[in-house]
Design a protein around this ligand. Structure first.
Ligand code: PEP
Ligand code: MN
Length: 358
């Protein structure tokens, strides 16, 4: 089924009937490994063979990539299979070597996007290139930093630009290795609607069993492509072993994906949707009115406390509110996590109103 999102120009040239697929090992390990995986991928929907040559490891002492030597293996894989090749570049030497070896797609890793100095150097080094350049989100959930990197590359006339969402690191342990925080790539999509958006479910998941689910969510959220770590013997991979999958598993995931339409012009459907959206608009209107009322009362409370010289923050009262709303959330089929997050924001805003700082 055709993915009918308005694709960015370089993606349109591929004229794909399916999402843009990048697959391959986390790291190039040996020539045999790269060629083996490339040949397995040849008969799949994969468009690009990915493999890290220089590996950014958070702590030293782990396998840090085979270095420039691996670029020759990628070149060979391309000659033998016709797949495009992709690798991560993190400094200007990497860029020079990757270009010399005719790598087609260069991606900027999450640990690089955090540094505007390095991003600027890479953008300068790639000025005017017709290679595909993909910018991964920074490790921390900072949309501005991600947007800034996109702007630095755009302003160097790099036309074949795209972004990769690989999730965000969190201090607390979650289900994910890197929390997807989907609202961040959605906001980026709103700012740059024509910029191809690729999801990297492997680094979001950190494990195999939830990769398919993340891929489906990404497509439902208008992502244009997927980058999935794939290995011929995943358990023996030299890096990120827990999250790599076999090419057979990749094929299953891709064939199970449901590619949905952007819209449907059927009259009955349009009428139904319009009715439901009118209801949502009405509720939104009521929510705004209620919030405004709540803030007015908060201001009133602020005045009363001020007259008596009483502190703004009353922990006992805040705990009481939390207990009440989490209980009510539960009775009303709302997740406590959602209600707690929402109330933290409402409470902060109420304090601002009490302090007259809005
Ligand atoms: C990778 O894609 O192998 C990689 C190192 O990813 P990230 O920069 O997202 O950690
Ligand atoms: Mn990896």
């Amino acid at each position: 089924m055709k993915n009918d999102k308005n694709l960015g120009s370089w993606l349109e040239k591929f004229n794909l009937e399916h999402p843009f697929i990048m697959a391959g090992p986390c790291s190039a390990e040996t020539e045999e490994q790269v060629l083996k995986i490339a040949h397995q991928l040849k008969n799949t929907d994969a468009n690009v063979l990915r493999a890290g040559i220089w590996k950014p490891r958070t702590r030293p002492g782990n396998f840090e990539g085979v270095g420039a030597l691996g670029l020759k293996w990628l070149q060979k894989a391309k000659q033998e299979t016709g797949l495009l090749t992709a690798t991560e570049v993190a400094n200007t030497t990497h860029v020079k070597l990757a270009l010399e070896h005719d790598i087609d797609v260069l991606w900027i890793g999450a640990r690089t996007t955090v540094s505007p100095f390095v991003v600027q150097e890479l953008a300068d080094a790639l000025e005017g290139t017709d290679k595909i350049v993909l910018i991964k989100n920074p490790v921390n959930p900072d949309l501005a930093l991600w947007l800034g990197a996109v702007e630095r590359f755009y302003s160097k006339n790099i036309k074949n630009l795209g972004v990769i969402h690989r999730g965000f690191s969190t201090y607390e342990k979650t289900t994910y290795r890197n929390n997807p925080q989907w609202q961040i790539p959605i906001e980026l999509q709103n700012k740059f609607p024509d910029l191809p958006l690729i999801c990297d479910p492997s680094h979001i998941a950190g494990r195999r069993d939830i990769i398919a689910d993340i891929c489906q969510t990404a497509l439902d959220l208008n992502f244009n492509g997927l980058m999935i770590e794939t290995h011929h013997t995943p358990d023996k991979a030299w890096s990120d072993a827990q999250q790599q999958i076999t090419v057979d598993d990749l094929k299953t995931i891709l064939s199970d994906l449901k590619i949905k339409k952007t819209t449907d012009l059927d009259n009955e459907y349009c009428k139904q949707l319009k009715n439901l959206r009118t209801k949502i608009d009405l509720i939104d209107h009521q929510l705004i009115k209620s919030l405004s009322e709540r803030m007015k009362i908060a201001e009133e409370i602020g005045r009363v406390k001020k007259e008596r010289n009483v502190k703004i923050l009353q922990n006992t009262r805040w705990r009481e509110i939390i207990d009440k709303i989490t209980q009510e959330a539960d009775q009303n089929n709302l997740s406590t996590e959602f209600i707690l997050n929402l109330y933290k924001v409402i409470h902060q805003e109420s304090i601002n109103h009490q302090l007259n700082r809005k």
